[in-house]
Design a binder for this molecule. Structure first.
Ligand SMILES: C[S@@+](CC[C@H](N)C(=O)[O-])C[C@H]1O[C@@H](n2cnc3c(N)ncnc32)[C@H](O)[C@@H]1O
Length: 212
């Protein structure tokens, strides 16, 4: 039986690269996670005071978070990274005219070289996607790599489910305290909670300015 200490990656069970699966997830998540709009609002609130944002979203999926950020924040450029062409199509549909302000990149964030040539960002955001590295031990490396494309003073906003007694796949879900610790281990500072509901937490960390 798989235990919490199981070091093996969890095989992909729900493959978002399949168009029918991607569409079904969108319908399902609206019903199962009615609190998602409050997370969208919390991301926007965390970014509100920042002008001319260059944003990278990891695992951008159907563009639900992108739409809210594009509407409510001052965005200069939005790069949506996902490994699913099917999700990219659904995002274009959901975003409509706003899609013209988004650059879509089809890339697998389990590949260590995923940040190559993406540019530099003022904010990196990710919602319900980091567990797709398929094991919680990959969270710190994912965030460390993300930090390499984050400007000094830029923010990383990470939201995902944490471990509870009801968690079906414990290898995917860090303990709540380990989520904030992961941001710190990745070198982010001023790590703090922005929002929490439904065993999901949104954490914010800042990339320290380079030492002078
Ligand atoms: C649960 S969905 C969440 C989508 C979106 N963040 C949201 O909350 O609406 C997870 C997303 O991660 C993407 N994904 C899964 N594995 C990935 C990988 N290895 N690299 C990049 N994206 C991945 C999927 O295609 C999917 O769009």
């Amino acid at each position: 039986m798989a235990s919490d200490d199981d070091d093996d990656d969890v095989p992909i069970r729900v493959d978002f690269r399949d168009p029918a699966t991607a569409r079904a997830w969108i319908a399902d998540t609206r019903i199962k996670r009615p609190y998602r709009p409050r997370f969208f609002a919390a991301f926007c609130a965390a970014l509100a005071a920042r002008p001319r944002l260059r944003i990278l979203e990891l695992g951008s999926g159907p563009g639900h978070l992108a739409r809210e950020i594009l509407v409510h924040c001052d965005v200069q450029h939005y790069l949506a990274l996902d490994f699913s062409p099917a999700m990219r199509e659904l995002a274009a549909e959901h975003l409509g005219e706003l899609a013209r302000r988004v650059t879509f990149v089809t890339r697998d964030f389990r590949e260590p070289a995923w940040p190559a040539e993406l540019g530099t960002f003022d904010a990196i955001v990710t919602l319900q996607a980091a567990h797709e590295t398929r094991h919680k031990r990959h969270l710190v490396p994912l965030l460390e790599r993300a930090r390499t494309v984050l400007a000094p003073g830029g923010v990383l906003l990470y939201a995902d489910h944490y471990l509870t007694p009801e968690t079906k796949l414990p290898a995917l879900a860090p303990a709540r305290a380990d989520q904030s610790r992961a941001l710190q281990c990745a070198g982010l500072v001023d790590v703090h909670l922005r929002y929490e509901e439904g065993s999901m937490a949104l954490w914010c960390g800042t990339n320290p300015a380079a030492a002078s």
